[in-house]
Design a binder for this molecule. Structure first.
Ligand SMILES: [Zn+2]
Length: 316
């Protein structure tokens, strides 16, 4: 039976069955691989989707209470945003850049006046970093929050994109970091995000990319399918075309995949869920297999074949 691609609406019949592996429920979900645009679409969105976002979902982003570690991290953020320091530069060299900050730097924001919205910001991990660096106009929304979070200098609301459109809000930079692939209505959500941007405003969109080496190698075990939370995993050309049709112009992009595409996917193949794996990034970088896969990932990134990318789209 033919099914419709959620990105380009082409009909095809290449269906793969994928297990829930983050928490190890191991229930099966069907995905359509589009033979036209190469994107992956979840065929049936489960009615109980909220059960697949347990309370510990956001605890995957670990925060440190260690003051020294936080100071190091702050130096690294400053360095990525363009302020040179030996400490920041060394830490960045060892642990890699933060792609969100790298993309924000490319947008050349003004710390005092640029309004930055992070959609699906969780508890404000990225916004807190920007706040530390002196950004004044920060906004966050996340529909999955239990309740609103009031920070010292900004607020995170339990709100949807549609809600902000109704309020006629406008922003200079909108960040969609690994959120697009969770949208149930990707076309209308992107249309609404377009409305929220000022003209010449920038959309920073980070997403897994299906036209990658890791999907070819691991197929249903590629960890970034993340069934059933990921609803549409776009190909590079598919996502670019979709955004251009809406009126965006691709200003810049970079692939930023890492060793996890090999380490976690190989464990999924062995039946080991994410929660039972040690995915500490430093550990994966500093043991031989991790180092090998880090270098391999960098090569794939240069060839546009990594399993995730950061796009900077400008509203025309
Ligand atoms: Zn398609």
């Amino acid at each position: 039976m033919k099914r419709e691609c959620k990105l380009c609406f082409n009909e095809s019949d290449d269906i793969i069955e994928v297990e829930e592996m983050m928490f190890g429920f191991k229930t099966y979900f069907e995905y359509l691989y589009c033979d036209s645009c190469q994107s992956l679409s979840l065929i049936n969105i489960p009615n109980n989707m909220v059960d697949y976002y347990p309370r510990n979902y956001y605890s995957f982003v670990k925060r440190s209470a260690n003051k020294f570690k936080n100071w190091i991290s702050k130096s690294k953020s400053a360095n990525t945003l363009g302020d040179f320091s030996i400490i920041g530069c060394s830490v960045r060299f060892l642990t890699g850049r933060n792609s969100n900050l790298k993309a924000i730097k490319i947008c050349k924001p003004d710390k005092n006046t640029s309004r930055i919205l992070d959609i699906g910001c969780g508890d404000g991990f990225l916004l807190d970093k920007l706040n530390e660096q002196g950004f004044k106009k920060l906004f966050g929304i996340d529909p999955y929050l239990e309740k609103e979070i009031q920070k010292n200098d900004y607020k995170i609301r339990k709100e949807s994109v549609e809600g902000l459109v109704n309020e006629k809000c406008k922003f200079d930079i909108i960040i969609l970091s690994h959120v697009f692939e969770h949208f149930e209505e990707p076309h209308s959500s992107l249309k609404n995000i377009y409305k929220l941007l000022e003209s010449n405003g920038a959309l920073i969109l980070r997403s897994p990319i299906s036209s990658c080496y890791a999907f070819k190698k691991y197929k249903k075990n590629w960890y970034q399918i993340d069934a059933p939370r990921h609803i549409l995993i776009p190909s590079f050309s598919g996502l670019k075309q979709m955004c251009e049709k809406l009126g965006f112009r691709l200003q810049n992009y970079f692939f930023d995949s890492d060793a996890k595409q090999f380490l976690i996917s190989a464990n999924y193949k062995r039946g080991i869920p994410m929660i039972s794996q040690n995915t500490n990034i430093l550990k994966t970088r500093f043991y031989p297999k991790g180092m090998y896969f880090t270098i391999f990932s960098r090569i794939l990134n240069l060839k546009d074949k990594g399993d995730q990318a950061t796009f900077i789209f400008q509203k025309k």
